[in-house]
Write a protein that binds this ligand. Sequence first.
Ligand code: SF4
Length: 91
Amino acid sequence: MAERIKHLVEIAKEARIPKKRAGYIEIAEFQKSDLTKGYFCKACVYFLDVQGGKCAIVKSQGEDCNGRFSKVIAPFGYCSLWAPNKSMLKK
Ligand code: SF4
C-alpha cells in the first residue's frame, strides 16, 4: 500500500505544469513585501509552505519566464494560475 501511494505521489509530481508554461515569475524587489496582499504565491490556494516553497500544480524545478532557474516556488513568486487563498484575506 505504501509503495502504491509513493507511486501515485510521483505521478502527481510529474503531472505538474512547467514554470514557463504557467507564466511563473519572481521579482526579487517583492521579497520583503506583505505577501498576504496582492497576487503572490504565498496568498495562493495552491501554495505549499514546505521545503522553501512548493506548488500543488506548478513544478518547483526549472526555468521561469525571466530565464531564471530555481528549485522552489517562492512565496513572492506569481503565475497566471493564481487563485486566492481565502483564509489569508483580510477585511
Ligand atoms: S501563483 Fe501559481 S505558482 Fe504560485 S502557488 Fe499559485 S499556482 Fe502555484
